[in-house]
Design a protein around this ligand. Structure first.
Ligand code: UDP
Ligand code: MG
Length: 316
């Protein structure tokens, strides 16, 4: 990294009161040691605990900016809000719960410098999460690889570095429910991954219950491909072919064995009908999901609203 290049660190915060002090104590020395000018942007994503007052106390450091969002918009929208006020040539994102050790940032920057990469991702070595949390991630990783065609191994780890142009292009997207690591692959040409340590959550608990994870997974699939709609189409074609074959079979069987056989087959027909009805509901639901997304985009509501920005230079 060029000495003159500025660094922005973007950290979304949602109910992290137990972790912020420790995070700051570890992050600040690491950034100071890089010898570069830097800024730290905290985004309070509508926390319900003491996070915001703690963050506000950090603006005694001139490098710290605190964004207060009007409500909880979700991790990725919060990061986007952070991007929008960042000014660094290189922007690093990380979690506030200290699962991403700040001490790995220099390695991230070194990797970016070395290969002149646009995006540097990370692979969590010895991941410290429950199996319940790791399994969904495995699926996310698989899907993300298929959809983006980029063979990154770990998409979930938010300790990542992006160059300014990639960040600018992501900001200009104004997409709702996006998945930043996947979005970045659309705009970054030279992408790499390095291994980083992963730690236990410092305090508090994860804000990703299964429901949110499934949502995120859908964001990834639906925002980046029409693969599900295609699958339905193919499934539909296959099912109707099967239906035609089955109908033909019923006609032949009736001709061969008479009407009695066909009457006894009523329940088979019911079974067939149920399969079709089930498929239709599934298809409708999925199409509804897309329409819901179109609806949200059409309304053109902002994907986040910044209430206030606090910094040593005053409140905006
Ligand atoms: N986060 C956020 N908004 C949310 C949920 C999470 O800004 O609605 C932040 C959270 O404070 C943390 C990061 O996103 O800095 C990752 O969240 P968490 O640690 O709960 O996720 P996990 O590590 O379980 O994937
Ligand atoms: Mg975490």
């Amino acid at each position: 990294m060029d000495k003159n290049e500025q660094l922005s660190v973007v950290i979304p915060v949602y109910n992290e009161e137990d972790n912020l002090q420790a995070l700051m104590e570890r992050l600040l020395p690491v950034l100071q040691q890089t010898g570069k000018s830097f800024e730290i942007i905290f985004i309070d994503d509508g926390s319900r605990d003491n996070s915001l007052p703690i963050l506000k106390s950090f603006i005694k450091y001139e490098q710290v900016k605190v964004l207060e969002l009007t409500r909880n918009y979700g991790q990725h929208a919060a990061i986007m809000a952070g991007f929008s006020v960042s000014s660094g040539d290189i922007v690093v994102t990380m979690d506030a719960d200290l699962q991403n050790p700040p001490e790995e940032i220099p390695a991230l920057l070194a990797a970016m410098e070395e290969g002149n990469f646009d995006v540097v991702g990370t692979i969590r070595k010895g991941r410290k999460d429950s199996l319940f949390r790791i399994l969904p991630s495995k699926i996310v990783n698989m899907v993300a690889r298929k959809i983006t065609g980029v063979s990154m191994r770990d998409w979930g780890c938010m300790l990542r570095a992006y160059r300014r142009p990639v960040v600018e292009r992501m900001i200009s997207c104004h997409e709702h429910s996006t998945f930043i690591p996947a979005l970045a692959t659309v705009f970054g040409k030279r992408i790499t991954e390095i291994e980083v340590r992963h730690e236990e959550r410092h305090g508090g608990k994860s804000s990703y219950p299964l429901r949110k994870l499934i949502n995120l997974q859908f964001d990834l699939v639906a925002s980046f491909s029409n693969f599900p709609i295609k699958m339905i189409m193919y499934g539909g074609i296959l099912l109707s072919l099967l239906g035609v074959c089955f109908g033909a079979f019923l006609v032949i069987a009736r001709l061969l064995y008479g009407a009695i056989w066909a009457a006894q087959g009523v329940f088979t027909l019911f079974a067939v009908l149920f399969v079709f009805i089930g498929m239709q509901f599934f298809a409708l639901g999925l199409i509804g999901e897309y329409i819901g997304r179109i609806f949200r985009e059409v309304r053109k509501r902002p994907e986040y609203v910044i209430e206030r920005i606090y910094s040593a230079r005053g409140t905006k």
